[in-house]
Design a protein around this ligand. Sequence first.
Ligand code: SF4
Length: 360
Amino acid sequence: MPISFDSIRSISQEQALERAHAAKAKLGDKLTILGHHYQADEIVKMADITGDSLELSRKAAKVTSEYIVFCGVHFMAESADMLTADWQKVILPDLAAGCSMADMATHEELEAAIEYLEQDVGLSILPVTYVNSSAAVKKVVGAHGGVVCTSSNAAKIVTWALGQEDKTILFVPDQHLGRNTSFKLGVPLDKMPVWDPQTHDGGAGESAYKAARVILWKGHCSVHTRMNKADIDHWRATDPDRRILVHPECTFEVTQNADMAGSTSYILDVLANAPAGSKWAVGTEVNLVKRVAAMHKDKDIQPLSRVQCLCSTMFRIDPWHLCWVLENLAEGTVVNQIEVDDQTRRLATEALDRMLELSK
Ligand code: SF4
């Protein structure tokens, strides 16, 4: 009989953490806990491996334990399942930990978009999907010879895709990462129309798609798009020495007005190597900003936005859910396993492997 979540829900956070630690110790080397940088501190402290999406994909592929508890969101656990062996089990402590951006592209919508752009507009489409997408979307991308990217390797992957001059790139699902990356690589804004999946023809007009180099899916991150130019203007006016560092899921306007933009790993590197006494306003998920500020007390690191930009779905992985899955595993019961079916796994893994190969 599995231990019910209801029996754990009412204990204190300290008790949940204590019991989670005890179950972890009992599982020993049968267990690896992976934790994304946006997780809350108490979860990150329990993780054996931390990282952003790319680091966690790479590291998941090398994990040798039977159980992999993924403290992140659903699409990341799917990627981990695809990159690990059949006998390994990937567990997501709360199945409701999704990603609103990933939900903005379904595999049916992507199939329909590719079909329209190829058959009605006459393009040859090369799909590139941000890792923040479902396994089913990655499967469609793999089936069309496309590739996955993360915010760390997006420039490398898009450079490779732009090298295929007979192809038009369809960048899914984050229009901002697609636009910011492609613009940096020299693609003008007027060669990057948006595809709106809520319409049958994308909404930008056939001539815009014919002239496009990159077509941007109309999706976004609800956390990073909360940061705006007014936040930057505020810091520029009140503290002109403070440097603005943002994530490329922020809008074009924000990244263009920032001093620097890059992936989570890039942000961590810049802040680690910044001189003591330097001042920063950082435009990314607030748990990460607070943690990095606490790690570098010799620098003044503040969130860019005055509103709390928190990834609420990441936050669903809490000590109670972690305790619940670990205690069940310690009793030999697997709950909340994430399993990708064989056909999806085969095609999606082609797109993921292509990414890992290109980003070596
Ligand atoms: S921060 Fe944005 S992209 Fe990342 S998991 Fe949360 S909603 Fe998705």
